[in-house]
Design a protein around this ligand. Structure first.
Ligand code: KG4
Ligand code: ZN
Length: 335
């Protein structure tokens, strides 16, 4: 079975072709970071317009790379939500129309489901059931994954997502947008122990998160100290340690409460070096194991959409000849 995946939920146009026997045949990605940088964040209307410009050429590029005609595809999967409504509508209408033209099934994919299934694209893939830590720009969630489509939400962020906290704190440290990877790099130059940030909601039972206080803490620390490069690095380190430690505490708690020893970490923030190292160690200490997508499949990409679409197509699902985008779409409400 061969599926074309289209990702346009935010600021990346991601296209890929997944073949159930041969694996990934082609991938193409266009990041809009340069387009949005001047504005310090994603401008939704610009994002939609750029997806319109990039979608078809990237699909042509992927088909050529895979040496595959549209008539050799078995389905087209597109991100239908959650995300920016205009951006979603571009990929949704493109995917649904091409599927109509090529007379093949179309599959609407949930973006966070695709993130959590992304480690299945690696040679060493986790087996079900497992716990998933989803950490992206818009979501922070701990999910019990019993089987594809069978998800139980154990905890989520009550305010900012982990990636959003990274981006906002990066901005106030003058690192520009998006700031996650830059924060991680700056933190590597920091001195441990100079600042200590709180680990929000870890003293209470439960698996929910709250990250908005950390950026406020960072702001106060910035104001109270000299504005030099070393101070910024020390603040970045204290921030990264607090986020990573909080995520580790909640993951360990979820493993203990569910008895599950397999953890999957996915979404943009799971590309973070400090988080990856921390989760490796914590899982080993717990007698468990953690699985990650390769770093380029942690952030948004077409491969995870093609793969999630393949699983749904294999299970006999497809969309009617109509399309809709779901900007807010709870993971637990997937059919
Ligand atoms: O999954 P993703 O590409 O898009 C969404 O679905 O939101 O995640 C993007 C988020 C951004 O907030 C970005 O700053 C963060 O992931 N991110 C990182 C790293 N790489 C990306 N955060 C921390 N460390 C990184 N290395
Ligand atoms: Zn994402």
């Amino acid at each position: 079975m061969r599926v074309l995946g289209i990702e346009t939920s935010c600021d990346e146009t991601g296209i890929a072709i997944y073949d159930s026997e041969k694996g990934l045949l082609a991938e193409a990605l266009h990041s809009q970071v340069d387009l949005h940088r001047t504005y310090g964040g994603v401008v939704p209307e610009l994002a939609s317009r750029d997806h319109v410009r990039r979608g078809v050429p990237l699909i042509e590029q992927a088909l050529a790379e895979a040496n595959c005609g549209g008539d050799e595809l078995d389905g087209i999967a597109y991100t239908a939500g959650p995300g920016l409504v205009g951006a979603l509508l571009v990929g949704t209408s493109l995917g649904r129309s091409l599927a109509y033209g090529w007379e093949i099934p179309a599959i609407a994919v949930h973006h966070m489901e695709a993130h959590l299934l992304a480690p299945m694209l690696e040679d060493e893939a986790p087996s079900f059931p497992f716990l998933a830590l989803l950490v992206s720009g818009g979501h922070t969630q701990l999910v019990q994954v019993n089987a594809p489509g069978d998800y139980q939400m154990l905890g989520e962020s009550l305010d900012d997502a982990a990636g959003e906290a990274f981006d906002k704190t990066a901005k106030l440290l003058g690192l520009g947008y998006p700031g996650g990877a830059a924060m991680s790099e700056l933190a590597e130059k920091g001195n441990a122990g100079r600042f200590s940030f709180p680990r929000p909601m870890t003293n209470k039972p439960g698996l929910d998160f709250s990250f908005s206080g950390l950026k406020t803490h960072a702001l106060t620390t910035v104001k109270e100290n000299d504005d030099d490069e070393q101070t910024r690095a020390d603040i970045a380190l204290a921030f990264v340690e607090a986020v990573v430690d909080t995520l580790l505490i909640k993951c360990r708690r979820a493993m203990q409460e569910t008895g599950l020893s397999t953890l999957v970490a996915a979404g943009g923030v799971s590309a973070n070096k400090q988080l990856r190292a921390g989760l490796q160690k914590m899982c080993a200490d717990q007698g468990g194991r953690v699985y990650f997508p390769r770093p380029e499949f942690c952030t948004d990409n077409g491969a995870m959409i093609a793969y999630a679409g393949f699983l749904r197509l294999q299970a006999g699902q497809q969309e009617a000849l109509a399309f809709a985008a779901y900007p807010r779409w709870p993971l637990t409400q997937i059919k």
